[in-house]
Design a protein around this ligand. Structure first.
Ligand code: BTN
Length: 243
């Protein structure tokens, strides 16, 4: 595994993407940074992180997703891998908020941004970006954010976490190649935040409605049981959970 450790960069995802366009990188090339000046979150949001307090990492993954229809499998695998690392650290009350926010005690402690591209030869390459809040304790204006230190009241070594996360993802990708994807889906379903509980949602027209999360479909949609007893599937951009 090739590891590139940076002090500061705009975004580790963008840096790794740019590098992979310029040169042939080995599978599992990893980029970390102590600071990101333009950290990217899901759906065009920012990812802010205090200098040298958290894990900000991007991993290049090749030869894993063969079929474009199975692209959500990598989200499942990465989210479950982060959960497994946190479980090993005895972090309790863990959940995955669809599609792939990692929650501890009902607050977000990690976010995942996977950017996929199809190469000229038709192969799919993914940049897996993970932001894990580790030793930062102050989240001004972000009441729903937390960190490992906030939940465990101790400091964690960021390099050790980086190694654990990469090794876990690598190991799980090997399992994926042995057709073990169903076990990752089961684990994802077991950790799904608010599954089976009446929950408030808001759609793109700011209309609020109650529903009960049933499952995440294989193409990554959230299936919700509505008040009129119908079942409806939503894309990420279509709804927001109010919690
Ligand atoms: C989210 O919105 O939940 C996704 C956050 C992803 C943040 C990580 S930090 C490392 C990598 N580089 C980025 O610019 N973003 C991801």
């Amino acid at each position: 595994m090739k590891l590139i450790k940076l002090d500061a960069i705009d975004s580790t995802n963008d840096f790794l993407k740019g590098l992979s366009q310029k040169e042939k990188l080995e599978n599992y090339t990893v980029v970390t940074a102590k600071s990101q000046t333009k950290g990217k979150g899901q759906m065009g949001s920012n990812w802010d992180s205090e200098h040298n307090k958290n894990l900000t990492i991007s991993i290049l993954i090749k030869k894993t997703i063969i079929n474009i229809n199975e692209i959500f499998n990598l989200n499942i695998l990465v989210a479950v891998s982060v959960i497994q690392v946190l479980n090993d650290l005895k972090i309790s009350n863990l959940n995955i908020k669809w599609p792939n926010d990692i929650m501890a005690e009902n607050k977000k402690i990690a976010g995942i941004l996977i950017e996929n591209s199809i190469k000229e030869n038709g192969k799919i390459e993914s940049i897996v970006g993970i932001g894990l809040n580790v030793n930062q304790t102050n989240f001004d204006n972000l009441p729903k954010a937390s960190s490992l230190k906030n939940v465990k009241h101790q400091d964690f070594d960021i390099d050790t976490l980086q190694e654990s996360v990469v090794l876990k993802i690598e190991g799980n990708i090997e399992k994926l190649k042995n057709n073990e994807i169903d076990s990752f889906w089961n684990e994802y379903g077991n950790y799904l935040f608010k599954k089976g509980k009446p929950t408030l949602f808001e759609d793109t027209y700011q209309q609020r409605f109650m529903g009960i999360i049933n499952r995440v479909t294989r193409n990554g949609q959230l299936e919700i049981l509505l008040e009129d007893d119908s079942m409806k599937c939503f894309e990420v951009k279509e709804i927001m959970m109010i919690y």
